[in-house]
Ligand binder design. Structure first.
Ligand SMILES: Nc1ncnc2c1ncn2[C@@H]1O[C@H](COP(=O)(O)OP(=O)(O)O)[C@@H](O)[C@H]1O
Ligand SMILES: Cc1ncsc1CCOP(=O)(O)O
Ligand SMILES: [Mg+2]
Length: 268
């Protein structure tokens, strides 16, 4: 709990630049969420400036939501640069399994060793080859159904894997933390998963341990979702209230609302 409070304070104090190559649907939502949490977003995919962007940023977020050939090349250049400069990079495999092109792109990107992968249950199952075809960008599985696949994916890639949903799991090989914050209305707004991934970028830019960075980001977003839902009459107002909650969430909110548990080997 205390570490989440400290991590959030550090993000607010240090305001890390978070570089995003993301999709057309969520560019605005995720930039605003990053600003609300105290980070400094930049969306950039032009090849000639990618080395500079990665260099000045604390982390790079790669989101495959609306792909095209130029952007896939951008992702390739940026993730290579992240490795070269020793920066964490975070993969959001939006719609994994929905098309061969998405799967090929993910396979290419995995060669550049993402630090963290965050997807919904169906996307993580598709990446672990448990379920080759998904419906689209929304999950048709629960995070419990994807847990085994998430552990396998983390073992294979050596990345921290986060499965989001009603329950969020953060996994590094056999180490698993469950976060039971959030609200069902969060699933009714496009880009909430992309927002989660962008916020992970902000925490990973500041917190050295990517596992702890991911737990903190997911817990803070889940609590913000709960606080926002209390004031909202539907998805539209939830979106607005989430920005407010992200900027207002206090140490006391985290202490009172965080629902974290570690899973032992017996639970897995
Ligand atoms: N039913 C739910 N209950 C609580 N939190 C939820 C629920 N559905 C989604 N969330 C939260 O919304 C965020 C986005 O998760 P998710 O909907 O799984 O991603 P995606 O948009 O990529 O499918 C996460 O922070 C997750 O915890
Ligand atoms: C609807 C849609 N189509 C392509 S990207 C995108 C946004 C997906 O966002 P999220 O995975 O956060 O719901
Ligand atoms: Mg998603």
């Amino acid at each position: 709990m205390e570490s989440i409070i400290n991590h959030l304070q550090a993000v607010r104090d240090e305001s890390p630049i978070v570089h995003n190559i993301t999709n057309y649907v969520v560019m605005n939502n995720t930039a605003n969420a990053l600003l609300a949490i105290g980070a400094s977003p930049i969306m950039a995919h032009a090849h000639p400036e990618l080395q500079d962007m990665v260099k000045i940023s604390g982390a790079t977020v790669i989101n495959i939501g609306t792909l095209d050939e130029y952007w896939v090349e951008s992702m390739d250049i940026a993730t290579k640069a992240a490795n070269e400069f020793g920066k964490p990079w975070i993969l959001d495999p939006v719609g994994a399994g929905a098309s061969a092109y998405r799967n090929e792109t993910i396979t290419k990107l995995l060669k550049h060793s993402p630090t963290i992968i965050r997807g919904n249950a169906s996307e993580i199952m598709s990446m672990a080859k448990v379920n080759a075809v998904t419906k689209g960008v929304d999950s048709t599985n629960t995070s419990d159904e994807a847990l085994e696949a998430g552990i396998a994916l983390s073992k294979k890639t050596r990345a921290v894997v986060c499965i989001s949903g009603e329950k969020d799991y953060v996994i590094l090989e056999d180490r698993v933390t469950a976060i039971e914050n959030g609200h069902p209305l969060m699933g009714r707004i496009t880009g909430m998963g992309c927002t989660a991934t962008a916020l992970i970028g902000a925490f990973a830019a500041i917190v050295k341990d990517p596992f702890h960075a991911t737990v903190s980001a997911m817990c803070v977003l889940g609590i913000a979702g709960e606080m926002a839902a209390e004031k909202s009459s539907g998805p539209g107002s939830l979106q607005l209230h989430i920005y407010d909650a992200l900027s207002q969430i206090s140490d006391t909110d985290i202490t009172n609302l965080a629902k974290l548990s570690s899973l032992s080997n017996n639970d897995l």
